[in-house]
Ligand binder design. Structure first.
Ligand code: PMP
Ligand code: GLN
Length: 383
C-alpha cells in the first residue's frame, strides 16, 4: 500500500460488520436498511435485466435517469440542471465524492472538512494528494452546531474546497438556515468550491425541510451536490449515485469518474429513474417510519442508561457511553459484538483527534422494529 493510503487500511463499517457476522450480533453499526425498497422499482430492475439492458450504458448515465434526477431536483428545490452536462450518474455517492475531489482539487491543495466526517472524504483527499484540514462541530445542548468562525480561521490561500454534509453522518445534525448562510458567505468570500453531500436529503425529521446549499446566493456556480439512490430507496447495494452542478465542475468530476468505473450498473438505472418519478410517496412514508424508529431506539437507549443526543435526520443517533461506565468508545465497540451480541460504531472513527469524541458511539435505527428491540434488550444487560 502506498504511503498516503496507509492510514485507511480498513473501513470501520467493514470491521464492525465483520465482527457482527462472526458473533451473530444485531448490527446497529453499518448504516444499511434491512427491508427492501418499493416493489415496483425492484420489478423495473428485474424487467430491465430480462429485456437485455445488460451492456455498458452511456458514460454520464442513461438519459432517462439524468432527466429524472434533474426533474426531481427542480421540482423539489427549484434548482435547474441540464441533464446533458450538469448531471452525472456515478457508482454510489462514494464515487461521486472521490471523483469530485480527484477531478477538482490539485495535489497540495487543502480541503476543509468538519469533524466528525464521513470516512471516504479523508481517504479521497489523500488519494488526490491533497491535504485535509478539519474543524470540529461544537456541542450545544444535546446536539451539535457548526463553528463558522473556526472554519473561517482554518481557510488558507491553499484551500480549494469545503465539504458540507447535511443531514450529517454520524451525528444526525441538520444545519439550520443561519449555518448554511454562514457557510455560503465563507465560500464566496474565500472563493472556495463546495462539495455538498446530501445523501440523507429526504431523511429529515420533525417537519424540518432539507435546504440545499446550492440554493443560496452565489452558490450554484461553485457547488457540486452529491446524492444517491441508496438511502432514498433502500438500495445501498445497487450503487447508483449522482453529482449535480455547473457544467465546468461536472466536467472535472466526469473526467475522473470515467477512469474510475467508466459507467454505473445498467439495469439499475431505469429502476432508479422510475422510482424518482413514481415513488415519492414511498420515500415520505419511509421518512416518517424512520422518525418513529429513531424515537424507539433513542428512548430505549436512554432507558438502558446511555446519554442519547438529538438526531434530526439520517439513519443515526449518537450516544454518550460514559453513563454506562465506559470511557473508550473504540474498545467498547470492538468488544460489544462478542460480549452482548450488538454492533455499533465509535464516533472517533470519523475524526482526526479522538480525544473529544471517544465517549460517543453511533447507533443505526434503519432496522426493523424486532431487530431494534432485540438490540436494545441486549444493550440493557450492560446496566
Ligand atoms: N455520504 C454519506 C454521508 C454516507 O453516509 C454514505 C453512506 N451511505 C455515502 C456518502 C455513500 O453513499 P453510497 O452508498 O451511495 O456510495
Ligand atoms: N454510509 C453507511 C454508514 O455510515 C455505510 C457505508 C459503508 O459501509 N461504507 O454506516
Amino acid at each position: 500500500t502506498v504511503e498516503r493510503l496507509r492510514p485507511f487500511a480498513s473501513t470501520i463499517f467493514a470491521e464492525m460488520t465483520a465482527l457482527a457476522v462472526t458473533h451473530d450480533a444485531v448490527n446497529l453499526g453499518q448504516g444499511f436498511p434491512d427491508t427492501d425498497g418499493p416493489r415496483a422499482m425492484l420489478d423495473v430492475a428485474r424487467q430491465a435485466i430480462a429485456d437485455g439492458v445488460n451492456q455498458y450504458p452511456p458514460g454520464p448515465g442513461m438519459p432517462e435517469l439524468r432527466r429524472a434526477i434533474a426533474a426531481d431536483r427542480a421540482g423539489r428545490y427549484g434548482l435547474e440542471h441540464d441533464p446533458d452536462g450538469e448531471v452525472l450518474v456515478t457508482v454510489g455517492a462514494t464515487e461521486a465524492i472521490s471523483a469530485a475531489i480527484l477531478g477538482l482539487v490539485e495535489p497540495g491543495d487543502e480541503v476543509l472538512l468538519t469533524e466528525p466526517y464521513y470516512d471516504s472524504y479523508a481517504a479521497s483527499v489523500a488519494l488526490a494528494g491533497a491535504t485535509r484540514r478539519t474543524v470540529p462541530l461544537t456541542r450545544a445542548g444535546s446536539g451539535f452546531v457548526l463553528d463558522v468562525d473556526a472554519l473561517r480561521a482554518a481557510v488558507t490561500d491553499r484551500t480549494r474546497m469545503l465539504v458540507v454534509n447535511t443531514p450529517h453522518n454520524p451525528t444526525g445534525t441538520v444545519y439550520d438556515d443561519d449555518a448554511l448562510r454562514s457557510l455560503a458567505e465563507l465560500a464566496c468570500e474565500r472563493d472556495l468550491l463546495v462539495l455538498s453531500d446530501e445523501v440523507y436529503e429526504h431523511l429529515v425529521f420533525d417537519g424540518r425541510q432539507h435546504r440545499p446549499i446550492a440554493s443560496l446566493p452565489g452558490m450554484a456556480e461553485r457547488t457540486v451536490t452529491v446524492s444517491s439512490a441508496a438511502k432514498m430507496f433502500n438500495v445501498t447495494g445497487w450503487k447508483i449515485g449522482w453529482a449535480l452542478g455547473p457544467r465546468e465542475l461536472i466536467d472535472g468530476v466526469r473526467t475522473a469518474k470515467q477512469f474510475m468505473s467508466f459507467v454505473a450498473g445498467a439495469p439499475f438505472q431505469p429502476a432508479v429513474a422510475y422510482a424518482l418519478t413514481h415513488e415519492q410517496a414511498w420515500v415520505a412514508a419511509q421518512r416518517d417510519d424512520l422518525q418513529r424508529r429513531r424515537d424507539l431506539l433513542s428512548a430505549a437507549l436512554t432507558d438502558a442508561g446511555f446519554g442519547v443526543l438529538d438526531s434530526a435526520g439520517t439513519y443515526f443517533v449518537c450516544a454518550d457511553v460514559t453513563p454506562v461506565g465506559v470511557t473508550d468508545g473504540v474498545a467498547f465497540c470492538r468488544t460489544l459484538p462478542e460480549r452482548i451480541g450488538v454492533a455499533a460504531v465509535p464516533v472517533s472513527a470519523f475524526v482526526d483527534d479522538p480525544r473529544q469524541w471517544n465517549h460517543l458511539v453511533r447507533f443505526a435505527f434503519c432496522k426493523r422494529d424486532d431487530v431494534l428491540l432485540e438490540g436494545v434488550r441486549r444493550l440493557r444487560s450492560l446496566r
